[in-house]
Design a protein around this ligand. Structure first.
Ligand SMILES: *[C@@H]1O[C@H](CO)[C@@H](O)[C@H](O)[C@H]1NC(C)=O
Ligand SMILES: *[C@@H]1O[C@H](CO)[C@@H](O)[C@H](O)[C@H]1NC(C)=O
Ligand SMILES: *[C@@H]1O[C@H](CO)[C@@H](O)[C@H](O)[C@H]1NC(C)=O
Ligand SMILES: *[C@@H]1O[C@H](CO)[C@@H](O)[C@H](O)[C@H]1NC(C)=O
Ligand SMILES: *[C@@H]1O[C@H](CO)[C@@H](O)[C@H](O)[C@H]1NC(C)=O
Ligand SMILES: *[C@@H]1O[C@H](CO)[C@@H](O)[C@H](O)[C@H]1NC(C)=O
Ligand SMILES: *[C@@H]1O[C@H](CO)[C@@H](O)[C@H](O)[C@H]1NC(C)=O
Ligand SMILES: *[C@@H]1O[C@H](CO)[C@@H](O)[C@H](O)[C@H]1NC(C)=O
Length: 298
């Protein structure tokens, strides 16, 4: 049995589809409610089952019956209704999603990590201005994907303007290269503000094995080095260009003195590969295409 209702999302003025599903177990009936968000004019290609002649509510209810289902594609026209069950959500790095008239994607909200910021390399807008003041950002759902097909702005959720009012427990900083997570750090968000969470003292976990044990940091901040234009900057040491070593930076392009400051377009996102810090000149470095920040609530 399932019933449904629509609820209003005050943050985005978008309709959510709320499904109540009764699950009959051996001894008791459990009622689960699940929220699907709707993304119009998109279709996901990671389909594992196609079912026709269902309503959009029935299509989403079918999705909840399947463990591997995290989203649906739905289309209705004068002659038929099409429902696809998908194994990937629009918010995942490796989803194959495209703009497609007449289709909508319904997807389960990610309960564990909520995306609050996404910056794309080469986007043209200064990283710190985007993070702090929203310059060059857009909070539309069209912009909420890591690799959005229809949005050229960065994504910035308005909770960044009132960070302290949300019960933020953890913050995740993640870099993606070619649709794959390349590095991440999880921070303790308790009692933080929108800048102070990004600090050495708050480190909980990271893909960089040596970042927690390093005692001396020259820079560990979002604002970073404003003279050289290096933001989301985690650096152990400045040794002229050849001796410079650290973990990551979003390069603004105001200073192009070292090899890793030079990119075809800005910002450029530089990171130490293979799980440890890099002396960029001699060891080399990776160049990410997406920088994202997620929060987890208490
Ligand atoms: C309606 O959907 C069917 C698939 O079930 C498709 O073949 C047909 O082209 C669609 N019609 C329109 C007008 O989009
Ligand atoms: C990404 O998706 C492609 C095609 O669906 C697949 O071949 C590849 O293994 C995936 N990569 C990762 C890292 O999941
Ligand atoms: C979308 O639906 C309209 C009206 O049913 C139809 O005229 C149009 O061809 C459809 N477009 C696509 C791309 O299927
Ligand atoms: C939820 O977000 C986390 C953090 O990025 C990610 O690892 C996970 O795959 C996401 N789950 C879904 C269903 O999107
Ligand atoms: C935000 O992005 C959406 C989708 O791309 C677009 O329609 C809208 O105009 C954008 N808003 C601003 C203020 O750029
Ligand atoms: C990105 O991934 C695709 C598909 O897995 C692969 O063909 C391509 O070589 C990769 N590009 C880079 C720069 O790693
Ligand atoms: C996070 O920080 C708070 C406040 O300083 C502290 O009470 C809590 O124990 C920390 N949590 C973890 C997992 O370190
Ligand atoms: C990282 O590891 C890969 C694969 O082992 C290697 O090809 C690459 O040179 C390494 N890069 C750096 C910067 O250490």
């Amino acid at each position: 049995m399932s019933r449904h209702s629509y609820i209003f999302d005050p943050a985005h003025f978008k309709i959510y589809l709320l499904l109540f599903i009764s699950v009959f177990g051996d001894t008791k009936e459990e009622v689960r409610s699940k929220i699907f968000r709707k993304l119009e004019t998109y279709r996901i290609n990671n389909i594992f089952k196609t079912m026709n002649s269902l309503t959009e509510v029935q299509c989403c209810a079918q999705c909840l019956e399947e463990d591997s289902c995290v989203s649906t594609n739905f289309r209705t026209n004068s002659t038929s209704q099409n429902c696809n069950l998908n194994s990937m959500s629009p918010l995942e790095a490796n989803v194959s999603i495209e703009n497609s008239a007449n289709w909508s994607v319904f997807y389960l909200d990610n309960d564990s990590w909520k995306l609050v910021f996404r910056l794309t390399a080469g986007g043209g807008t200064d990283t710190y201005e985007a993070w702090k003041n929203g310059v060059g950002t857009n909070n539309s759902d069209d912009c909420m994907m890591l690799y959005p097909p229809l949005c050229t702005s960065y994504y910035r959720h308005e909770l960044l303007d009132e960070w302290g009012k949300w019960n933020i427990e953890q913050v995740k900083f993640a870099l993606y290269e070619n649709h794959t997570e390349a590095a991440y750090i999880i921070f303790n968000g308790t009692g933080s503000d929108f800048e102070s969470w990004f600090s050495k003292e708050r480190l909980l976990e990271s893909s960089w094995a040596d970042i927690i044990g390093t005692n001396q940091m020259l820079y560990f901040s979002i604002k970073g080095d404003s003279v050289l234009g290096r933001q989301f900057f985690i650096q152990e040491y400045y040794g002229g260009c050849p001796g410079d070593r650290g973990w990551t930076m979003a390069v603004s392009g105001i200073f192009r003195g070292c090899s890793f400051d030079k990119h075809p377009s800005y910002p450029g996102i530089v990171y130490a590969m293979n799980g440890t810090k890099s002396t960029y000149y001699s060891t080399g470095y990776g160049v990410a295409d997406v920088l994202a920040v997620y929060v987890k609530f208490k």
